[in-house]
Design a protein around this ligand. Sequence first.
Ligand code: PEP
Ligand code: MG
Length: 601
Amino acid sequence: MVSDPKRYENFFFKGVGVSGGVGIGQAVIIKHLTTDLCPKRIITPDEIPHEIQRFEDAVKSAEQRLREIRNGLDTSHPLFDHAYILETHILLLHDRMFFEGTKTAISNELLNAEWALAQIMMNVTAAFDSIEDEYLKERARDIHFVGERVLKLLMGIQSAGMVTQLPPHSVIVAHDLSPADTAQIKKDNVFGFATDMGGKTSHTAIMARSIKIPAVTGLEKISNIVQTGDTIVIDGSTGVVIVNPDPETIYRYRERQEVYRKYQQSLMAFGMLPAVTSDGSRSVRITANIELIDEISIAVSHGAEGVGLFRTEYLFLGRSDLPSEEEQYAIYKRVLEYNNPNPVTIRTLDIGGDKMSAQIGASHEANPALGLRAIRLCLSRVDLFKTQLRAILRAAVHGTCRLLIPMVSCIKELLATKEIISQAAQELDSQGIPHQSRIKLGILVEVPSAVVIADLLAREVDFFSIGTNDLIQYAMAIDRVNEQVNYLYDTLHPAVLRLIRQTTMAAQARGIEVAMCGEMAGDPVNIPILLGLGIDELSMNALAIPLVKKLVRSVTMEECADLTRQAFEMQDSEEIRFFLEDWLGARFPRDYFVDSSQHVQ
Ligand code: PEP
Ligand code: MG
């Protein structure tokens, strides 16, 4: 790809802000190697051994380099918790599809090593292209990162040291940055990064948040437009990138940088405080939603008082086998021990809908969101469900564990689930395997029928957790991944608020706790109403925690009850949103809106 020679002046781009803060510096372009640029040659059969040897040597060198980078992440390094990503990349080098697949392409199709490898990388991309799930897409990118490293070695392209030898005040601009590149960044020299690819859940984004470098991803073509030496502003909170800003814009962003820095500093302190209303009359537990084990340290450092939702299906996605009981046990144990004595709510497998697994018999369905998903699928695959339950019950002795069942829509499902849990516990008992059988059981209230029978369900469980992401989808009849109907997706719709109220009232009548773990729980605008409705626990994206705690600590229950009462008199969500934003804006001038990325749903 040839760089556009045009120099852009004060040019604004919008991508996905994945790591907050403002970085201002000089762009350094890290060129990416496209597979179409690799040499392509049909070889003769007697060249096969030589090409295979070249490929194997390149894999060996890539492995050695990745090990060096991994070993550089010692316990004092802020990315120590992420070192396992590099270990995964080392394993991927020997993945059957990658390693054997390339060698087969060399010997069967008579392709030179570079071409054979490029072909495998393109196949992976094509296979993952049609998948909606962002997490799975990221796993395809892992194979790409590894493949590109080997390809560069085959082509004799020196990439080592590119990110380690950057001049001071650099802003990295790249098509994509691998976790290995990110791990080598020297924070003193790098003020931010901007990439064409990626989203919030990429490993690179998670690592950027850990080392606290402002980052914007998903900018599509920025690496072709920006030139090395251009001045560049990265606003990782709003996802804005400005190329060659004018002096006034720079001035504005320097100010914003300072405001953000001070704001974050002051906010982080709130993360460590309990979320008690200013009148001291009510306290809510603030917990984190996690998908990957490497998110726990960020959650704890932002003030999470446990995990309110561990989406375990991510252990099952993007791999060619199923995680064993032992593997699951080790992961659940680690999360529980890390949070002990704070509670960890482990949600059982929620496969189906928009999260598909190649291994778990999700046949093609016309309406997957209404199909064999979550608990429905688990009840039809008792083998798999029981393996997970055994792993959870065993891990539960290492901390405070709560079990959460997704997508329950009727009592029958809940009773069948309880029966399988007790079978799993009995089996462990008879095998003499240590486990915790008295574990708190809850359901995700995310199907409208569960709200309607919340009084009946409340008799059977220890807690509810409201999953607004799905509850809104099913209540409003809108596919949550369909952009065309996204305008109807509104947490403040009077119907949604009434569904939440009905759930909390049923829980309160039975004396059980009610949590919320949908995205609604982390959006500041909803906090007064959620307090007014009596939610006991709010579980959210870890980055939202400090601000949410600050809000809870700044309001009284009387105010919240009053706002809730008024909001319930209003007829539509716009009116309610306007009313709440107006109130919050007046109450928390300026700093409330600084980190606007936290307000995006
Ligand atoms: C929800 O539906 O609100 C929820 C928390 O679960 P998920 O987003 O994983 O479906
Ligand atoms: Mg859900």
